[in-house]
Design a protein around this ligand. Sequence first.
Ligand SMILES: Cc1cc2nc3c(=O)[nH]c(=O)nc-3n(C[C@H](O)[C@H](O)[C@H](O)COP(=O)(O)O)c2cc1C
Length: 393
Amino acid sequence: MRRKKSVITSRRGHVSHPPRRHKPLLGAGAPGIHPRPTGARPSVGPAARPPSSDRPQAPLPDVPAPTASSVDLSVDLAPGRPSALVLANPILVAAGTFGYGVEYAEIIDVEALGAICSKGTTLKARSGNPPPRMVETPAGLLNSIGLHNPGVDAVLERYADVWADWQVPVIVNVAGDAVEDYVGVVRRVDGVPGIAAVELNISCPNVGRGGLQFALDAAAAEEVTAAVRRSTDLPLIVKLSPAAQDVRAIAVGIERGGADAISAVNTLPALAVDRENRRPLLGNTYGGLSGPALKPIALRIVYEVAQAVKIPIIGIGGVTSLADVLEYLLAGASAVEVGTAVFADPGLPIRLIQELGGYCGQRGLGSHRELVGAALPRGRRERPSTKGAEYRA
Ligand SMILES: Cc1cc2nc3c(=O)[nH]c(=O)nc-3n(C[C@H](O)[C@H](O)[C@H](O)COP(=O)(O)O)c2cc1C
């Protein structure tokens, strides 16, 4: 079958920046609500304020110059794979927050994105969790969608032809309850035109191991990664959970299993309580926390994992600004995914691409890649940081 090539696109036009204004995180683009044209930045709560520390950070220019044409924003997320996964830029949209891409195609230039991660896809259709499924929290969002999706065959039937016509790589996000589920989905998408890579959501209960999440157990994470690796030559990304006690061990298992890249992180299990009804607010009791509240945790995980593995890392969690993108790159991420913030501000990822190019141009950087890992301890491969999971106040 015809396979879509990794293409480097270049769309670096001028962008106008709307004024900053506060808006709830759960905006028009939330699942079930039609996204509306790009506008103001989302409300990001306290986490978005300049960090108050003993050493204040220099403020970033509010409106960086348009991307300098000499800046190369491309990035290869599967450098070890013959097919590679070369993106035009390091700004992706996160699984479950951008539908299948087609929902946004009329309001933003989706083909200018680095890549699109599809909604979580399972072997069979799933109706998801009972409502309510989402609630906003200070600087965050709790969701318990429960992998509502029509199943892999329907996803391919509805969207693969559209994806094949796009230049932007589409990464299918895959979920399951057993190793065979992941392998089954990946076998179906393997070789289908329009699919550039797969991202495994391993934050699912592993029925084979009594409900323990694959993402919390290094052996299980390695096992599912290796099984999928044997089933496809597609670039393979595996997504970490922030709930793991020591993510480095999980990341090493994933790398050993043959993944080309690691994405970090998924949502963090959390709870909201309905005071009036005196019970958990979400229909599924627990939800996953995303948004700016998650960012410092995700940043710590990227920083730790970058010292434990050699494969590229994609930072995810609370990206709402150029400052967030830069911090993830400096902590060791080669790219970032934008998730919750897209609900309120669908144009954000495109602006970030241009702002990152502008920043690099202003600083005389030939590529954002020069920033990757710059905040890591020197000699990181030899002397990994021991802080993090062992952190003591
Ligand atoms: C409504 C919603 C649905 C999500 N669905 C998925 C999913 O299907 N698969 C997955 O791997 N992650 C899913 N995620 C997690 C996001 O991809 C991302 O890892 C997380 O939200 C953190 O990024 P953010 O803070 O930028 O949103 C979902 C997140 C939200 C808010």
